[in-house]
Design a protein around this ligand. Structure first.
Ligand code: IPE
Ligand code: IPE
Ligand code: MG
Length: 597
């Protein structure tokens, strides 16, 4: 029976009972995952149970065979709606939701993270299948990663911050893919019982297998080859991942245990043979104990190296007056639109065809701006941040979709330690809050050498704004373009050595997928302020075909009107991509006004 450790600081008996209920639920539904949660620091386990429950209850509703898909979706939405109301109230009558609400509030988690998973879980109701491995992977990331990300957040909030280096994020995603693929194989027969097949079409078809063969449990050599291929793929993905070497020893032990346990599950899948289509292979108690018992002892010892702090749950929000009926749709805090410019100037109308999709800015001239005013250089950086805020609001106003800014280059370490320290202090204080909704923040760069609070703030903002989509703002901080290309090359080399990639298939398209931020679109317009005409190791891959725009003013003097001017200037450029002009331009008539008539 799950026990709440004393360090978890849960004194209220009803709340303790609520957490215990979540622990019991997790243990009964998924003993393996429950056992792995027990490898987390003791004080954090109840929160892990609650978060697991927050995802498993809706998942169970969708996976049940009770009612039509539409009815199951309606039931899941009703449960999620009640959770939202409970989050507003600060508590719940339902034990599961009471523990979930306490976890979200105590650890300041973003409920939005849960919603990303809810959307992915809901999509499963229709039984729609992924076409390719890439689609499959996106689905895995959405339905599972929020849980993994929230556990990482818990560790960070408890003082056990675990930085995941960007160059290892791909490895981490691949590891989670392997975990999920193993689960899919173990649960294959249960899914087939429900008439669902979670494997991507491309791999099933490649082996000459029809979905109906599996749904009708027809074992053949092709099915055998398909399963063998999937087991081999999952095994490579869950092999002790490289990224575990750079994190807290407690996390290393936990991730190694995941790797050992999932490889044991894969051996069980292999041994099952044709029985796999009829029953999920289970791990024997001896195998589980052989892996988990030593991991438990080692993890407990490792986590004691760093004291864990459990925050107190904030007081519940004031109770709503009973005369006002609860309005689920009005529950959300009103969205904060872009703030207007002080002059109230409105953005120009730009033909959507002439609007760049992605603008990248080298915000240069902060130091000179400050020096000319007799101020220390860091005051220039502070003023530059104010300029950036205005430009972000202007980008939202005009409907720009991608804005990437250069905040600190890998070469900027050559500056004085005092300037660097002040710059980082300012960036950590600002916390990338642009006081407007709709901005999804992404960070491109390395955590090496950066202060922990800055890295933690950036990663937290990335997680918390993941659901926003009006403007993707990528902050290149401790970023180097060549380092990014070297990371891509290293990733490709690793994949080739692991047998996941045929070196003859390396193309421009494939290389782009191995960049640390593969979803960043090509830059259409690259703008540098401050008078210099160079790109200083900024986005060498993405900006090869960018239109360049240089302005002489210093960055702190810029505001949204300069961004709009840059967009208008872009609209006048002719982009040819190696072709010749489509048609000769009409001659430009120079003469008095009205001369064109
Ligand atoms: C750009 O402004 C901001 C950073 C590099 C952090 P600079 O600090 O380079 O300003 P100048 O070029 O010295 O004026
Ligand atoms: C580039 O500016 C980096 C940022 C704007 C953050 P620099 O001012 O450091 O560039 P160089 O060294 O003069 O080319
Ligand atoms: Mg400069």
């Amino acid at each position: 029976m799950p026990r709440i450790p004393a360090q978890a600081a849960v004194d209220d008996p009803a709340l303790r009972a609520a957490y215990t209920a979540c622990g019991r639920f997790a243990q009964a539904a998924n003993p393996t995952e429950y056992a792995l949660m027990q490898l987390m620091p003791a004080a954090l386990r109840p929160a892990c149970w609650a978060l697991w429950t927050a995802l498993s209850v809706p998942d169970n509703i969708i996976d049940s065979t009770d009612g039509t898909p539409a009815e199951r979706i309606a039931r899941m939405r009703a449960w999620v709606g009640r959770l939202e109301e409970d989050l507003d109230e600060g508590t719940s009558d339902d034990p599961y939701r009471r523990a979930i609400v306490d976890t979200v509030r105590r650890w300041h988690l973003a409920p939005r993270d849960l919603h990303i998973s809810y959307a992915a879980i809901e999509a499963d109701a229709t039984g729609s299948r992924s076409a390719t491995w890439a689609d499959w992977s996106t689905r895995v990331q959405h339905s599972n990663v929020t849980w993994a990300a929230q556990c990482l957040t818990l560790l960070g909030r408890a003082g056990l911050y675990i930085p995941l280096r960007p160059q290892y994020q791909r490895d981490f995603a691949r590891f989670l893919d392997g975990v999920y693929l193993t689960d899919t194989l173990v649960d294959l027969s249960a899914d087939l019982d429900r008439g669902v097949l979670h494997l991507p079409n491309e791999v099933v078809e490649h082996h000459g297998v029809q979905a109906s063969d599996l749904l009708e449990r027809r074992w053949s050599q092709d099915v055998q080859a398909l399963i063998a291929h999937l087991v081999a793929r999952a095994r490579r993905q869950v092999e002790a991942p490289r990224f575990v070497t750079s994190v807290h020893p407690g996390a290393v032990i936990l991730l190694r245990a995941v790797s050992d346990l999932f490889r044991a599950r894969l051996r069980a899948v292999e041994r099952a043979g044709p029985r796999l289509l009829h029953a999920g292979p289970r791990l024997g108690p001896v195998t589980r104990a052989r892996i988990l018992a030593p991991a438990r002892t080692k993890a407990a010892a490792a986590w004691t190296l760093t004291p864990v702090e459990v925050p107190v749950t904030p007081a519940p929000p004031p109770v709503r007056p009973t005369t006002v009926p609860p309005q689920p749709s009005a529950r959300a805090v009103p969205r904060r639109g872009p703030l207007p410019h002080p002059t109230r100037v409105r953005p120009p109308v730009i033909d959507p065809e002439r609007m760049p999709g992605h603008v990248a800015i080298i915000m240069d001239g902060n130091g000179r701006w400050a020096t000319e005013r007799g101020l220390p250089r860091h005051e220039g950086h502070r003023a530059g941040h104010t300029a950036l805020r205005d430009v972000v609001h202007g980008a939202l106003e005009i409907g720009l979709r991608h804005l990437t800014i250069y905040a600190f280059s890998s070469e900027n370490w050559r500056r004085s330690p005092a300037e660097i320290a002040k710059l980082f202090e300012m960036l950590a204080q600002e916390r990338c809050d642009f006081e407007a909704d709709g901005v999804r923040l992404c960070w491109a760069g390395s955590p090496d050498g950066l202060p922990e609070d800055l890295v933690e703030g950036l990663q937290r903002t990335e997680r918390e704004t993941r659901g926003e989509s009006d403007l993707v703002l990528t902050v290149c901080l401790n970023y180097g373009g060549r380092a990014e290309l070297a990371d891509a090359a290293a990733g490709i080399a690793r994949a080739a050595v692991a047998g996941d990639l045929d070196p003859n298939r390396v193309s421009e398209h494939l290389l782009a997928r191995y960049l640390p931020y593969p979803d960043m679109p090509d830059v259409d317009l690259l703008w540098r302020t401050g008078g210099e005409r160079r790109t200083s190791n900024f986005l060498p891959w993405q900006a090869t075909y960018a239109e360049l725009h240089f302005t002489d003013g210093y960055w702190p003097d810029v505001d949204r009107r300069d961004l709009w001017q840059a967009l208008l200037a872009f609209g006048r450029r002719e982009r040819r991509y190696g072709t010749v002009p489509a048609a000769p331009r009409p001659p430009v008539l120079i003469g008095p006004a009205g001369g064109e008539e």
